[in-house]
Design a protein around this ligand. Structure first.
Ligand code: APR
Length: 227
């Protein structure tokens, strides 16, 4: 089976009702990244950071995978699909995708503030200040904040290098190292981009599908000869 590698971003979940970051009305219009998505913010104002992620977890509980997620999961019938996502929601998994690598962490998980290997599924949406890890530290969102390392990046680069087909869907390609994944693909690997706006890709041989995720995945299926 051909290996179809996907890099997804917040646009993938927009039709599920989850906000993107840099579109009109995006999360970074309402919140300053430096106040809610850095380790310094967590030290300075853990109440605000914790509330930001609790609110997003609450929304995620009511959100459902959209047609784009389901069509991508269905492609596993004909391709060896590897989803590399910048998204911290679990909608790819809930739609049935079986290989999902989260570059920026996962909303549904929390971890020790002193031992990053101590990771736990959060029961429900609310993390409370005072919820401690077994080593006695405050549990924190299992999110890669700005300025923190992206531990899964090496694995993601290896997967991208093996792609027979590479799909970029719903990301503005603003944030590195994730955005640099396209450059790990072999020169022979066709790249498809699904996004109503054209994100900046300077490479040749890119096929742009200027649609939202759901409609774009339908078009991609026919381009890939999946009736
Ligand atoms: N379908 C497909 N694409 C869409 C849709 C949709 N329904 N709606 C919006 N988009 C596109 C936008 O045109 C934009 O290119 O999704 C992209 C969203 O870009 P961003 O809001 O920048 O989100 P993303 O690229 O995922 O951000 C990357 O930045 O803040 C950090 O860690 C955060 O993972 C995030 C990273």
């Amino acid at each position: 089976m051909k290996k179809l590698v996907v890099l997804s971003g917040a646009g993938m979940s927009q039709e599920s009702g989850l906000r993107t970051f840099r579109d009109m009305g995006g999360l970074w219009e309402e919140y300053d990244v430096m106040d809610v998505a850095t380790p310094e913010a967590w030290e300075r104002n853990p109440e605000l950071v914790n509330r930001f992620y609790n609110d997003r977890r609450k929304q995620l509980i009511d959100a459902k995978p959209n047609q784009g997620h389901f069509l991508l999961a269905e492609l596993e019938k004909d391709f060896d699909v590897h989803v590399i996502t910048q998204n911290v929601d679990n909608l790819h998994e809930r739609a049935g995708s079986s290989k999902v690598l989260h570059l920026h962490g996962e909303l549904t998980k929390v971890r020790s503030s002193v031992d990053p290997d101590l990771i736990f599924e959060l029961d429900g949406w609310e993390l409370k200040l005072g919820d401690k890890c077994p080593k006695g530290s405050q549990l924190r969102p299992h999110i890669v904040w700005f300025g923190e390392a992206v531990p899964a990046m090496d694995e993601a680069a290896e997967i991208a290098a093996q792609a027979d087909i590479f799909l970029v869907i719903g990301t503005s390609l603003n944030v590195y190292p994730a955005a640099g994944l396209v450059h790990y693909t072999a020169s022979s690997c066709p790249i498809y981009v699904i996004d109503p706006e054209r994100p900046p890709i300077s490479m040749k041989g890119v096929t742009f599908i200027e649609e939202k995720a759901g409609a774009g995945m339908l078009k991609l299926k026919s381009l890939l000869g999946q009736s």
